[in-house]
Design a protein around this ligand. Structure first.
Ligand SMILES: C[S@@+](CC[C@H](N)C(=O)[O-])C[C@H]1O[C@@H](n2cnc3c(N)ncnc32)[C@H](O)[C@@H]1O
Length: 270
């Protein structure tokens, strides 16, 4: 654990600063009650008592699918935007999942602080051993970090909490939000549902941060393996909402052409 990590974190209970305890296996706060959290063997800290966020199966599916590289254009664009607008800053990856985008951001020379409610996701992210980075299990609506800690924040396919994101961003800081555009994965939905619909604009977009850019990133790709199709399906919200018989239609496909349609919003905290 580096000085930068200790300068950034604060106790989620009393707000006091942390230091490493004598054993080196936990962090302890300087408050009167000395709140203490263990450092897991993977090097991350679990600040959450709950078992929320993505399941082990969803994390494994996302990890499998992302490793195929079909979303690499999105990772590249996010890295480029941060390189242009916020070079060299510490970046918060709010809802980091298994760290696929954190990894791209770190390769651009940023230190990354990743937060996610899913323990298996954070364990997988920490395993990436990204330089100068730190991952923890925590709700992104109340992150255990000091005000104005980050020059950049990314929120990719995860819920947006504007007040909290604004709190942890410093003035002039950049926030990049990425999610599904209208046609994202339309063919996957068409393979499952009789009447597929396009995605509507998300309802949780920031209203107080300044919108300085909005772009669409759209392209097609083809999956040629049942296991890859299953992994894509299992990492989407449709997986949990689809009947057994509808899911069966997808399971019989050996090939699926899909549209990737990402909406990217760039905000600045003035
Ligand atoms: C669709 S996944 C996206 C993960 C990653 N950003 C990516 O695109 O690969 C959404 C992630 O948000 C996490 N999540 C959802 N609600 C959360 C919350 N309130 N606090 C922290 N993480 C949350 C889930 O556990 C999951 O890992």
């Amino acid at each position: 654990m580096t000085d930068k990590i200790f300068e950034t974190l604060e106790c989620p209970i009393c707000g006091a600063a942390f230091s490493l305890n004598e054993s080196g296996k936990s962090i302890v706060c300087a408050g009167v009650r000395h709140h203490c959290w263990d450092i897991a063997s993977g090097g991350f800290v679990n600040f959450s008592g709950s078992h929320g966020g993505d399941s082990k199966e969803a994390v494994a599916a996302r990890r499998h699918f992302l490793s195929l590289g079909f979303y690499e254009p999105l990772a590249r664009r996010i890295k480029e935007l941060l390189g242009e607008l916020a070079p060299g800053v510490s970046v918060c990856d709010a809802g980091c999942g298994e760290g696929y985008y954190s990894s791209a951001i770190a390769s651009g020379g940023h230190s990354v602080f990743g937060f996610d409610l899913s323990r298996p996701a954070v364990a997988a992210a920490a395993k990436r051993k990204l330089p100068d980075s730190f991952f923890s299990v925590a709700g992104i609506n109340a992150m255990p970090v000091r005000d104005c800690s980050f020059g950049g924040l990314v929120n990719i396919f995860a819920p947006c909490f504007e007040d909290e994101f604004s709190r942890v961003l410093r003035h002039g800081g950049i926030m990049i939000l990425a999610g599904a555009g209208a046609k994202h994965l339309y063919e996957l939905k068409a393979a499952i549902y009789d009447e597929p619909t396009e995605n509507t604009e998300r309802a949780d977009l920031p209203t107080d941060l300044s919108l300085i850019g909005r772009e669409e990133l759209k392209y097609s790709f083809t999956l040629e393996d049942r296991e890859d199709i299953r992994a894509l399906f299992a990492m989407t919200p449709y997986y949990y909402r689809t009947s057994f018989s509808d899911a069966g239609r997808l399971a019989s496909l050996d090939r699926l052409g899909v549209t990737a349609d990402f909406e990217i919003y760039v905000y600045r905290k003035d």
